[in-house]
Design a protein around this ligand. Structure first.
Ligand code: ASP
Length: 410
C-alpha cells in the first residue's frame, strides 16, 4: 500500500486533534507531551540549521559582490510586503470598526505582563530602532549561540561566511566543504525529525483546543474577524499575486510544497521553530538554491513578519476604538511606521508580537493596559499571523531565487 504523504498525515492529525480537543474533556491535555517533544526537537535544530545554512549559503554565492545585491533585494522584499500587509490591515480596521461600541471590561492580565510591556515601552520608537541596531552586533559570538540570540548569530555567520571566501586555497575550499558537510548532516537529521510532525502537531493542537474554549471569542469576534480577514487577503491575494506576476510561479504549487512548514508554523506559533522545516522543504520541494534560501529564510524568520505587522496595526486601532479615541491621519502614519518597526524587532517566538505592541501603543499615545483587551484571543491570532509570516518568507525566497535566474521545480 502506498504511504500517505506527509501533508495528508498532518492534515488528518489536525482534524483528529480538533475533535479530540473539543470532545475529549480536560484529560486530553496530557497529549501535549507529544507536542512538547516535537517542539524541543525542532528547537534543538534551530541554531545548527541557522548557522550552517547561512555559512553554506554565503560561501556558495558565486561572486561575493553579489551578496550586497542579494541583501538589497531581500530587504526591499521584506519592507515592501510588510508595508502592503499593514495597509491592508489599516484599510480593513477603518472600514469594519471592530472596536467601536465594543462592550469590554479590561480583562485581567497575567502576572508580569504590565512589567514586560513597560520595559518594552521605556524608549521611543527611534530609540528602540537604535537599540536594535546596536544589539545585533554580538560582543561574544559563543554567548550569542548559547543564548539563542538569533540576529547576533545571523550577523556573525554572514560575516564569517563572507570572509571564508576571501582566504587563499586550500582553506577556502576546505571551509566550504566543511560547511556543506555539516549542513547535509543537519538536513538528514531534520528529515528524521519531520516524521514526528503529525503526532507532534496533534499534541500541540489538542491542548490548544481543549483549553481555549469558544466563549472568549464572542466579545472579541469582530476584532478576530478583522485580523483574520486581513491575514487572509494578504496570504491568499497579495502574496500569490507577487508569486504569479513577479516570480512567475504557480502559487498553488508553491503552497502545496510548503504545507508542512506552514502547518508547523501554525501549530507552534513560532517562525524560528518552523525554520528548519521551511529550509528543508524549500530546497527539496521547490528547488531554491542554498545560496538564496540560506540567506533569505533565516533572516526573514526574524525580520520579515507581514502577519505580525498587520496584526500590530489592527490591534492598536482596535484598542483606540474601544477606548473611544480616534487617531488622526498623522497618528495613523506613525502607527504604520512603528508597526513595521515592531514586526522587524519581534523575535520569531510565540507572543513576541504582543510584547512589541508596547512600542506602537506608546508611539501613538495609548495606554499600555489596552493590551489586556486582546490577550484572550491572542493565541489563535498568533497561530494565524505566524503562518502568514512564514508564508511570506517562503514567497520571498522564491521571488529572490527567480530574480537571480534560478530554475525551480514548481
Ligand atoms: N509568533 C510570531 C512568529 O514567530 C511572532 C509574533 O508573535 O507575532 O512569527
Amino acid at each position: 500500500m502506498k504511504k500517505l504523504s506527509m501533508h495528508w498525515q498532518i492534515f488528518f492529525a489536525l482534524v483528529l486533534a480538533v475533535l479530540v480537543g473539543f470532545f475529549g474533556g480536560e484529560k486530553v491535555v496530557a497529549f501535549e507531551y507529544f507536542g512538547t517533544v516535537f517542539i524541543a526537537a525542532l528547537k534543538m535544530m534551530v541554531m545548527p540549521v541557522v548557522s550552517l545554512s547561512i555559512l553554506t549559503g554565503v560561501s556558495n554565492i558565486k561572486k561575493t559582490e553579489n551578496l550586497g545585491k542579494l541583501g538589497m533585494k531581500t530587504l526591499f522584499y521584506y519592507v515592501g510586503t510588510s508595508f502592503l500587509a499593514i495597509l491592508t490591515g489599516l484599510y480593513l480596521v477603518n472600514r469594519m470598526q471592530p472596536g467601536v461600541g465594543a462592550q469590554l471590561g479590561l480583562q485581567a492580565q497575567p502576572e508580569g505582563w504590565t512589567e514586560a510591556l513597560r520595559q518594552r515601552a521605556s524608549g521611543s520608537a527611534w530609540e528602540t530602532m537604535l537599540d536594535m541596531t546596536i544589539r545585533i552586533v554580538p560582543d561574544n559570538p559563543a554567548q550569542a549561540f548559547v543564548q539563542g540570540e538569533m540576529m547576533q548569530v545571523i550577523v556573525f555567520c554572514l560575516l564569517f561566511g563572507y570572509f571564508s571566501t576571501r582566504v587563499v586555497e586550500p582553506y577556502r575550499t576546505l571551509l566550504r566543504d566543511l560547511f556543506q558537510a555539516g549542513f547535509r548532516v543537519t538536513m538528514r537529521l531534520m528529515r528524521a525529525i519531520m516524521t514526528l510532525a503529525p503526532i507532534g502537531i496533534f499534541g500541540l493542537v489538542v491542548k490548544i483546543v481543549a483549553v481555549s474554549g469558544v466563549e472568549t471569542f464572542h466579545s472579541l469576534g469582530r476584532y478576530v474577524a478583522t485580523v483574520s480577514l486581513g491575514l487572509g487577503v494578504h496570504a491568499c491575494i497579495t502574496l500569490p499575486l507577487v508569486l504569479k506576476f513577479i516570480a512567475r510561479v504557480s502559487p498553488l504549487e508553491h503552497f502545496q510544497a510548503m504545507s508542512t512548514a506552514l502547518i508547523t508554523a501554525f501549530s507552534s506559533s513560532s517562525s524560528s521553530a518552523a525554520l528548519p522545516i521551511t529550509l528543508e522543504s524549500i530546497r527539496r520541494e521547490v528547488g531554491v538554491s542554498s545560496g538564496v534560501s540560506g540567506f533569505v529564510l533565516p533572516l526573514g524568520s526574524t525580520m520579515n513578519m507581514d502577519g505580525t505587522a498587520l496584526y500590530e496595526c489592527v490591534a492598536v486601532m482596535f484598542i483606540a476604538q474601544a477606548y473611544g479615541i480616534s487617531l488622526d491621519i498623522t497618528q495613523q502614519c506613525v502607527l504604520v511606521f512603528t508597526a513595521l518597526l515592531a514586526s522587524i524587532g519581534a523575535a520569531g517566538i510565540p507572543m513576541a508580537g504582543v510584547v512589541m505592541m508596547a512600542v506602537v501603543l506608546k508611539a501613538v499615545g495609548l495606554p499600555l493596559e489596552g493590551v489586556g483587551l486582546i490577550l484572550a484571543v491572542d493565541r489563535i491570532l498568533d497561530m494565524c499571523r505566524t503562518t502568514v509570516n512564514v508564508w511570506s518568507d517562503t514567497c520571498g525566497a522564491v521571488v529572490i531565487a527567480r530574480s537571480e535566474g534560478e530554475t525551480l521545480k514548481i
